[in-house]
Design a binder for this molecule. Structure first.
Ligand code: PXP
Length: 238
């Protein structure tokens, strides 16, 4: 059975909209754990648009399940990762102008910098996952670079507009998954997964961790909305 890594970045996005203290992603992490999350995932971006350094520090001390830090291969980010020591670092591409991580890390194009980052993290005793597209060249190089896991980018599957395209994208992920597994690496996947499209990905042979953020936070806002309004109304009428 696939495991669930809950990405709580967007809880911090709501907080940063007002630069205030709520909602605190640390609280969200605790609630995610109570809900059964197998891992808590956060992305500390260079521009600090959502998760802050303080969040990562507190999460390291409070998260009881696996803490997975998504980080760029930039040396300054690897310095932070080595200091904080999450259970796992997932190396991701990062562009300032993107809304979210738009494609996998191109480990072929960034071979030297990725190798340096992987080496430093491994020397620090931190498990390393590479977030890449399900392409054979990327997967083969991820293996050579010594990653312990590969997270396949599911964005193209999630964005497919026809059933045929979705099936083709799913087959790409399945083929990629077989390569990852044959090389002895752990298999993970994520990006754009929702309550509607997750099941076929979860059923990919030997699928491990699925990292899901936006869809869970989006649903949490709505399923909690009526209760939040009722509580405010109760105060006004009290
Ligand atoms: N996995 C990785 C490596 C990501 O960068 C992201 C987005 O931060 C996710 C999973 C989660 O994607 P989503 O928010 O679309 O569920």
């Amino acid at each position: 059975m696939a495991t669930l890594g809950v990405n709580i970045d967007h809880v911090a996005t709501i907080r940063q909209a007002r630069r205030t203290v709520e909602p605190d992603p640390v609280w969200a992490a605790a609630l995610a754990e109570l809900g059964g999350a197998d891992a808590i995932t956060v992305h500390l971006r260079d521009d600090r648009r959502h998760i802050q350094d303080r969040d990562l520090e507190v999460l390291r001390r409070t998260v009881q399940v696996k803490l997975n830090l998504e980080a760029a291969i930039a040396p300054a980010m690897i310095d932070i990762a080595c200091r904080i020591r999450p259970d796992q670092v997932t190396l991701v591409p990062e562009l300032r102008e993107e809304i979210t991580t738009e494609g996998g890390l191109d480990v072929v194009a960034h071979r030297a910098a990725t190798a340096t980052a992987v080496g430093r993290l491994r020397d620090a005793g931190i498990a390393v996952s590479l977030f890449i597209d399900a392409e054979p060249r990327q997967i083969e190089l991820a293996v050579d670079l010594g990653a312990g896991a590969v997270e396949l980018h599911t964005g193209r599957y999630a964005e497919a507009t026809t059933a045929q395209e979705r099936n083709e994208r799913l087959e790409e992920l399945e083929r990629g998954g077989r390569l990852v597994h044959a090389a002895g690496l752990e298999l993970a996947a994520g990006h754009g997964l929702t309550y509607r499209n997750v099941v076929p990905v979860a059923r990919i042979d030997r699928m491990g961790e699925l990292n899901i953020g936006h869809s869970i936070v989006a649903r949490a806002v709505l399923v909690g909305f009526s209760q939040a309004v009722r509580e405010m109304k109760a105060l006004l009428s009290g």
